[in-house]
Ligand binder design. Structure first.
Ligand SMILES: [Fe+2]
Ligand SMILES: [Fe+2]
Length: 293
């Protein structure tokens, strides 16, 4: 059952460009992903919420509530994360606007069923990437523990709720070929759009941070991180293909043993002052809003 955990992550903006142990090129891969989250997760919440009243199973209703609570917390913390990127001089605000515009276009033009299918496909993406991070701690190794803790917390909760939007999809759509084809087509469309945007944002962040140097080594490290034997793409390839099986369900790949770490991660975040303690960025935001009030 997804549980809403109200955690806060005081991220130091001076390490926003090189918090990952593998250096700035890999750091900016994660930073690019973070730019998608605030608008993306609001889209997930809205697309699931639209169908909430049609769900009859009380257990699934509770799971939807947990899903919405978790995604709302992720949205809040990635807004703060992206503020940290802005404070570091990166073009985060500019890039985020593209995601907002794109998803607003989707909201206005795509049928609600397609919006839900896109959410199901993107939730499979977050589940695949989360499983990959939790499977090998070196993939999220950080010179600054609070950054790794944020990504680990997000990955754990994505795993915890990975089947919720899928179960809503199966509960509200009539079974049959059409349901399968919409889901499969959404995955193809999302795959093309997701990686195009991630690649574009990642490149923009690297260009903005180009003065740092070490480019040959950085590109080599990034290529190994993405395409190496234990890289992102080889690791998720099979899971991606499994989505196209007509009888697919997210828990076919049972990785709930990874969730055993969640209490220790929460305790570590709290020990780092992660709950209810305003970070430097949040304090700046609060001061700004008080000034404009
Ligand atoms: Fe999330
Ligand atoms: Fe999610």
């Amino acid at each position: 059952m997804p549980v809403r955990r109200d955690l806060r992550f005081p991220l130091p903006s001076e390490r926003a460009c090189d918090w990952h142990a593998l250096g700035p090129y890999v750091t900016h891969f994660f930073n690019a992903l973070s730019l998608l989250f605030p608008a993306g997760e609001r889209y997930f919440i809205d697309s699931v919420r639209y169908y909430r009243d049609r769900i009859e199973d009380p257990e699934l209703k509770k799971q939807v509530l947990g899903f919405i609570g978790q995604e709302a917390m992720h949205t809040r913390e990635h807004i703060e994360y992206n503020e940290t990127l802005k404070a570091a001089g990166l073009p985060a605000a500019h890039l985020e606007k593209y995601v907002v515009r794109l998803l607003d276009f989707g909201r206005r033009n795509a049928p609600h069923s397609v919006q839900l299918a896109q959410t199901v496909a993107l939730e499979h993406y977050t589940a695949m990437l989360a499983g990959m991070l939790l499977d090998d701690e070196t993939r999220i190794a950080s010179g600054v523990p609070i950054y790794a803790q944020l990504w680990t917390w997000h990955a754990l909760e994505e795993t915890e709720h990975k089947a919720v939007s899928f179960d809503v999809w199966n509960a509200v759509m009539r079974p049959g070929l059409k349901r399968y084809l919409i889901r499969a087509a959404a995955m193809l469309q999302i795959t093309l759009m997701f990686w195009t945007i991630v690649f574009w944002f990642h490149t923009r962040l690297l260009i903005a941070d180009r003065h740092r140097g070490g480019h040959v080594r950085g590109i080599w490290t990034l290529m190994r991180f993405l395409f190496g034997r234990r890289g992102v793409f080889p690791t998720i390839a099979l899971d991606w293909l499994r989505f196209f099986k007509p009888s697919f369900h997210p828990w076919d790949h049972d990785n709930r043993s990874q969730l055993a770490r969640i209490d220790s991660v929460v305790a570590a975040v709290e020990a780092a002052g992660g709950r209810d303690k305003p970070s430097a960025v949040r304090a700046r935001m609060m001061a700004r809003s008080q000034k404009s009030a």
